[in-house]
Design a protein around this ligand. Structure first.
Ligand code: AMP
Length: 217
C-alpha cells in the first residue's frame, strides 16, 4: 500500500485534481474535509464538535483528525491519495510515525502552488454538488455547470459551502499560512516532494501531475 499527499492552500484545486487522479490511477480518495462534512451532516459526536470550527474556517484539532484518518487507513488495502491532510506539522509527524509502524510507503507529496490573489475568487465562486457520493466541483466563471445550480454529472442541486464565503476564506488563509510553512518544510527536500504550479487551467495542472505520477511508477 502506498499513500500519496496533495498539499496546497484552499482553492488551489486539490479537490479537483484529487478526483481526477483517483480515477486515473485507481486510488482511494481520502479528503479529511469530506470526512468531516459527512460527520457534520450525520450529526455524529465529532460532527457536532467540528461544525462551528469548520464554519469559522478554523482547523479541527489534530488528535481528532489523526484518529479519523488512521481508522480509515487501517481498513484500507488500496493505494490512497490524501486531500487536505496532513494540514499541520503535528499531523505530518503523526502520519509519518503511523506509516512506519504499519510498514506503509509514502509515495508522492504534491504541493500545488497558487498565488494568494487568485485563491479568494476561486473559493467564493466555487459551487459543489450536494450529493456527497458525486462531489463534483464547479466555478461560476472558470467551470460553470451547464444548467445554473444543477450538477452536470448527477443532476443534484449545487451548493455554496458554508466556509466558502469571503469572511471564512480570510480566516482559512490565516490558518493556512500559520500552519503550512512548517508542514512544507517537513516534506521539502525529501524524495517524495514535488512543487507544481497550480495557476493554470485544471487540465494543464492535471497533465503535469499525471506526468509526475507516471515518472514515479
Ligand atoms: P477542506 O475541504 O479541505 O477545505 O476542509 C474544510 C474544513 O475542514 C477546513 O477548513 C477545516 O475546518 C476542516 N479540516 C479539513 N481537513 C483538516 C485537517 N487535516 N486538519 C484540521 N481540520 C481540517
Amino acid at each position: 500500500m502506498i499513500v500519496h499527499i496533495l498539499l496546497g492552500p484552499p482553492g488551489s484545486g486539490k479537490g479537483t485534481q484529487a478526483k481526477r487522479l483517483v480515477d486515473n490511477f485507481s486510488l482511494v480518495h481520502l479528503s479529511t474535509g469530506d470526512i468531516l462534512r459527512d460527520a457534520v451532516s450525520k450529526g455524529t459526536e465529532i460532527g457536532l464538535r467540528a461544525k462551528a470550527i469548520m464554519a469559522a474556517g478554523k482547523l479541527v484539532d489534530d488528535d481528532t483528525v489523526n484518529g479519523l484518518v488512521f481508522a480509515r487507513l487501517q481498513d484500507e488495502t488500496r493505494n490512497v491519495l490524501f486531500d487536505g491532510y496532513p494540514r499541520t506539522l503535528q499531523q505530518a509527524e503523526a502520519l509519518g510515525t503511523f506509516l512506519s509502524l504499519q510498514g506503509i510507503e509514502l509515495g508522492l507529496v504534491i504541493d500545488i502552488d497558487v498565488p494568494e490573489e487568485a485563491l479568494e475568487n476561486r473559493v467564493v465562486k466555487r459551487r459543489v454538488c450536494s450529493n456527497n457520493a458525486c462531489g463534483a466541483i464547479y466555478h461560476l466563471e472558470r467551470k460553470p455547470s451547464k444548467i445554473d445550480g444543477v450538477c452536470d454529472a448527477c443532476g443534484s442541486p449545487l451548493k455554496h459551502r458554508a466556509d466558502d464565503t469571503a469572511e471564512a476564506f480570510q480566516s482559512r488563509m490565516k490558518e493556512f499560512y500559520a500552519t503550512f510553512k512548517p508542514l512544507q518544510a517537513f516534506y521539502h527536500g525529501g524524495p517524495s516532494y514535488r512543487l507544481v504550479n497550480g495557476s493554470g487551467m485544471p487540465d494543464d495542472v492535471f497533465a503535469t501531475v499525471v506526468k509526475i505520477f507516471e515518472e514515479r511508477a
